[in-house]
Ligand binder design. Structure first.
Ligand code: HEC
Length: 140
């Protein structure tokens, strides 16, 4: 009988902790500065025109690959964002837009930790730059 009580008690305590983990927001790290290699830092966008086709392409790719974490407007509030150890960032902030296109390119396609690597999934340069254009146009 004692054994059973003990079992019930431990199950209950474990259950309470399990439920609390949903109620209490988990600490999420703020992103640390990135080390962007010089060859990427000075990379220049070869497409000078953000035309209708580029806009459409950027939007499709953003929805398919990036929105789940970064959110539809780039606020870092996609459904998967909460599972990330590090906050994905607010792409409508001034801080985000002061970086070079090359730095944005490096972070987007090489990535690090929670930010996936897209070198194999997005191989087309036009697709990659369409995404950079798309993020550049994220404003509050
Ligand atoms: C699985 C979730 C996830 C997906 C999907 C994702 N990201 Fe990220 N991204 C992150 C996280 C988390 C960070 C912050 C990582 C860090 O700082 O270590 C990040 C960081 C970034 C940054 C750097 C932000 C800054 O402040 O400079 C860029 C740019 C970026 N992501 C672009 C993209 C693009 C473009 C896509 C789609 C092709 C994408 N991400 C898809 C999770 C994701």
């Amino acid at each position: 009988m004692k054994k059973i009580n003990f079992l019930i008690l431990t199950t209950l305590i474990a259950g309470v902790f399990f439920l609390m983990s949903f109620v209490i927001p988990q600490e999420q790290k703020q992103p640390a500065p990135w080390d962007v290699p010089a060859e990427y830092e000075k990379k220049v966008n070869p497409y000078d025109e953000y035309n209708k086709d580029m806009q459409r392409l950027g939007k499709i790719l953003w929805s398919k690959h990036c929105k789940s974490c970064h959110g539809s407007k780039g606020k870092g509030d996609g459904p998967k964002a909460r599972e990330m150890e590090t906050f994905p960032g607010d792409f409508t902030s001034d801080a985000f837009h002061t970086q070079s296109d090359g730095a944005m390119y490096y972070k987007s396609f090489i990535g690090r930790d929670d930010m996936p690597n897209y070198e194999k999934k997005l191989t087309d340069e036009e697709e990659r730059w369409a995404l950079i254009f798309y993020m550049r146009n994220m404003k509050p």
